[in-house]
Design a protein around this ligand. Structure first.
Ligand SMILES: Cc1cc2nc3c(=O)[nH]c(=O)nc-3n(C[C@H](O)[C@H](O)[C@H](O)COP(=O)(O)OP(=O)(O)OC[C@H]3O[C@@H](n4cnc5c(N)ncnc54)[C@H](O)[C@@H]3O)c2cc1C
Length: 367
């Protein structure tokens, strides 16, 4: 079917960001994606560029997240200039809303500890109820306060995905939807990649197929230790702007609708919705912002997170074959399209640089 310098398997935000980054670096790249029935977190996520609390117990992951978030402004500007697609990136900071003084104190302690361990500092403030109400006047009486971090932002993940693919194609990359990878093997110095439409060959291969990595990575002796964790999300009709910044479980889109949800369920590959979870989510949103009581929900959906056993990314690669398993693909997009690329071009991931992200850490834990 074709030969390529690089094949990226998986056209979600992670695969598309990597393919765009490779094309931008002058590499010949083909992006193969499965069909519309595939599990696609990229099309069901919340759209937060989220720093606070990320990598609290994993400083290297905290640093990766913080650097990516810092790079988001220039990244969005560049992608918007290349494609004409507005990513709706906004960074007024964001608040993590707490419903009791105990929750607020615990959260503040965790953020402070994370700043001690990470190399990149991420400022935050602990806001009591009155101070939080100055920036979010619509909060309800059940809110005890919150933590605020200026590094946090929001973006439209669907526009992000579209822009990444458009920019990749404009730079000479090939996007091939409905090309699910069914087999992988060595082919001389490179790799053979089988799809229902035929065989591709490439010099290097990047597995970024989200949950599909669990099946694909072992075909090349790599690890794809991911499991699905469902989140249920709702979106409301458009309302006048009242949320001047994002929060951990509710944000207002540029168009005016409110997206909310933060459930976390272990239900296998079921990406449906359930009334009890939607009801609890709606109650929490109304407790936080009582004006939502009279606002209609227009859509609800479930989507599956791509979760490693400890929630920290896996980056593994040798002999020109790589696997990338991450949860926060929106937040980390500038890293996948930028800083990661020279490591892929080197043909292997330096174990010293990627030590914290090697899958072997799970073998140690199991032992
Ligand atoms: C409810 C929810 C909320 C989230 N909120 C945020 C957030 O606020 N901020 C954030 O940064 N992240 C968030 N995420 C995570 C984010 O959505 C993902 O990190 C992001 O979608 C990128 O994932 P991905 O590209 O690895 O996987 P996916 O988006 O799932 O894409 C994987 C792709 O691989 C393809 N594929 C699978 N198997 C094969 C195969 N054999 N061959 C070829 N292609 C294949 C699929 O078709 C799919 O297109 C959230 C996720 C969920 C579920």
């Amino acid at each position: 079917m074709g030969t390529a310098g690089y094949i990226v398997a998986g056209g979600g935000i992670v695969g598309a960001a990597i393919a765009y980054g490779l094309a931008r670096a002058g590499e010949d790249v083909t992006l193969l994606d499965e069909g519309d029935i595939a599990l696609r977190a990229a099309r069901g996520n919340f759209g937060n560029v989220w720093v606070q609390g990320k990598g609290v117990t994993a400083p290297d992951y905290a640093d990766l997240t913080r650097q990516a978030a810092h790079d988001w402004g220039a990244f969005a500007e560049g992608l918007e200039a290349e494609t004409g697609i507005d990513l709706h990136f906004r960074r007024p900071g964001a608040a993590y809303i707490c419903f009791s003084p105990e929750e607020l104190a615990k959260r503040a302690a965790a953020l402070a500890a994370s700043n001690v361990k990470a190399r990149i500092h991420s400022p935050f403030q602990v806001l009591d109820r009155a101070t939080l109400a100055e920036v979010l006047p619509a909060i309800g009486p059940g809110v005890a306060g919150g933590t605020y971090c200026p590094d946090d932002g929001t973006a439209n993940p669907l526009y992000l995905l579209r822009a990444l693919i458009k920019a990749m194609v404009a730079r000479g990359g090939r996007y091939m939807p409905r090309h699910g990878v069914t087999g992988l093997s060595r082919d001389g110095a490179g790799y053979a990649v089988d799809t229902a439409q035929g065989r591709f060959t490439c010099g290097r291969i990047v597995l970024a197929a989200g949950l599909g990595n669990a099946r694909l990575a072992p075909m090349l002796g790599l690890a794809g230790p991911v499991r699905p964790v469902r989140g249920q999300i709702m979106v409301t009709e458009k309302v006048r702007p009242f949320l001047t910044m994002g929060t951990n479980f509710i944000r207002q889109t540029v168009e005016g609708g409110c997206i909310f949800g933060e459930s976390s369920e272990e239900v296998g590959e079921d990406d449906g919705t359930t009334l009890p979870v939607l009801r609890d989510t709606a109650r929490k949103a109304v407790t936080a912002f009582p004006l939502l009581r009279d606002v209609r929900v227009v859509r609800a959906w479930g989507a599956l997170r791509i979760m490693t056993p400890d929630g920290v990314p896996v980056y593994q690669g040798r002999d020109g074959a790589f696997v990338v398993c991450v949860h926060s693909g929106v937040t980390l997009a500038p890293w996948h399209a930028g800083g990661l690329i020279p490591h892929l071009q080197a043909g292997a991931l330096d174990p010293d640089v990627f030590q914290s992200f090697q899958p072997e850490r799970f073998d140690v834990q199991a032992a």
